[in-house]
Write a protein that binds this ligand. Structure first.
Ligand code: BGC
Ligand code: BGC
Length: 445
């Protein structure tokens, strides 16, 4: 394994709705994900995040596990409806208390918190007035950012505004496979602009409050044409603009990319000054990487351009059927670094789901063998090292995820954790990948 600097951050990432549970406790409001899970057919087998990993009550045990693994960073998200139940107005103190306790626990264990303000669980009341399709939500987000910073700003240095606005817009508003379940295709574009505006207004609010390390995290993918045919190449370029450039050009270049291939001449609802807010300087940039995307032209030239992956072929696949292409991460980082004047980069998510077995109940202290995950992490960390050698300033790597958790529309069927969770007993068991990561971190320090 190549060397990384001693101050490189090694950690894991999670998100509030995927692990906390306790959806009706201490004044938490309803989120779009509570609503979505309650709608028949939306989530596999009707699973919900109502209990999840019960992290709301077991956070001490979970932080102790992180400390045992030697992690020096932890990325978590704050549940907006826990802190501001309806998405506007004054804070719910009891909700903030939870994050206060969590932050103190992390500090006591010497783990650097990376706080994400919004990882998809929008207060339902805001969705009822348009959600991210409404411009007003961006202003509500800035108020919420200020509330959280007022309480935690003395202990949290790293502030991420949004997690994966691309996936929230595409899956939530364009394709309807995530909350709030709207299938508007390109009519979802106002959500993209309002998410970006929320990021810009949130950044301004955090700056005014004194935050000195602000990030945005997005999901990125190297896009490959299905063949050398110019129609495929054109479709791949169009998809790259939608998945990668739509959320990066405004932030790092202060303008929207060309989306005419999708029949869009102009992103709607952009007011004067919006792009200045959106392109305010950042201190870090979070890249979530899972796999490259292969795009083929539609069969008929009149058909709509593809919005989704045609599937990379000829490579191993995870239990979730996602292609395993570690060198795609090197390629992506080098490419993004060439396109944009990037601040320091953090890999804020990378990981894989496999149908890991439960620990053997007959063996005391049994672990969970997950050799594929070890191979996946090893190869992707090497890919990060290659990008660093090529000049990309990557400063941290956070595995998705600490625990097996609620994998959105897949419910509990996809296990992404370094730590196995028995969802009946809530017992945590480190998998062999957790022990591998522990040894890796120890060797790097
Ligand atoms: C894609 C991943 C992406 C995920 C978002 C999958 O379909 O293959 O790249 O991260 O959706 O949840
Ligand atoms: C999201 C996570 C999700 C992971 C695996 C990312 O798109 O930020 O919440 O669990 O990918 O699908």
């Amino acid at each position: 394994m190549p060397r990384f600097p001693a101050d490189f951050l090694w950690g894991t990432a999670t998100a509030a709705y995927q692990i906390e549970g306790a959806v009706d406790e201490d004044g938490r409001g309803r989120s779009t994900w509570d609503t979505f899970c309650a709608e028949p057919g939306r989530v596999r087998d009707g699973h919900t995040g109502a209990v999840a990993c019960d992290h709301y009550h077991r956070y001490r045990e979970d932080v102790a596990l992180m400390a045992e693994l030697g992690l020096n960073a932890y990325r978590f998200s704050v549940s907006w409806p826990r802190v501001q139940p309806g998405g506007s107005g004054g804070p719910n103190t009891k909700g903030l208390d939870f994050y206060d306790r969590l932050t103190d626990e992390l500090a006591a264990r010497g783990i650097t918190p990376f706080l994400t303000l919004h990882h998809w669980d929008l207060p339902q009341e805001l969705e009822d007035t348009g959600g991210w399709l409404a411009r007003d939500t961006a202003y509500r987000f800035a108020d919420y950012a200020e509330i959280v910073h007022t309480r935690l700003g003395d202990r949290v240095a790293h502030w991420t505004t949004l997690n994966e606005p691309f996936v929230q817009m595409a899956f939530g508003y364009a394709l309807g496979v995530h909350a709030p379940g709207k299938a508007l295709l390109m009519d979802a574009l106002p959500a993209a602009h309002h998410l970006l505006l929320g990021h810009g207004l949130g950044t301004a609010a955090l700056r005014a409050a004194g935050a000195s390390h602000i990030l945005l995290t997005n999901n990125h993918t190297p896009v490959r044409p299905a063949s050398a045919d110019p129609a495929d190449t054109a479709a791949a370029d169009a998809y790259d603009a939608l998945h990668n450039r739509l959320f990066l050009d405004p932030v790092f270049l202060g303008r929207y990319p060309d989306l005419t291939a999708y029949g869009v001449s102009e992103v709607p609802g952009v007011s004067e000054d919006d792009l200045d807010l959106i392109s305010a300087p950042l201190d870090g940039f979070g890249v979530n990487y899972y796999n490259p995307t292969r795009i083929a032209a539609p069969e008929s030239p009149d058909a709509a351009l593809p919005f989704t992956d045609a599937g990379i072929t000829g490579v191993p696949r995870t239990g979730f059927d996602w292609p395993v292409v570690p060198e795609g991460l090197t390629e992506l980082l080098i490419d993004l670094n060439a396109r944009y004047p990037l601040p320091p980069v953090y890999i804020t998510e990378n990981g894989c789901a496999y149908p890991d077995p439960a620990p053997d109940p007959d063996i005391p202290n049994a672990t969970v063998p997950d050799p594929e995950r070890i191979a996946y992490l090893d190869a992707h960390i090497r890919a990060v090292a290659s990008a660093r050698t090529a000049g990309v300033d990557v400063r941290g790597y956070l595995v998705w995820s600490l625990l097996d958790n609620f994998e959105w529309a897949e419910g509990y069927h996809q296990r992404f954790g370094l730590i196995h969770v028995d969802f009946t007993t809530q017992k945590r068991t480190p998998k062999t990948s957790a022990l591998w990561y522990q040894a890796h971190i120890a060797a790097m320090s």
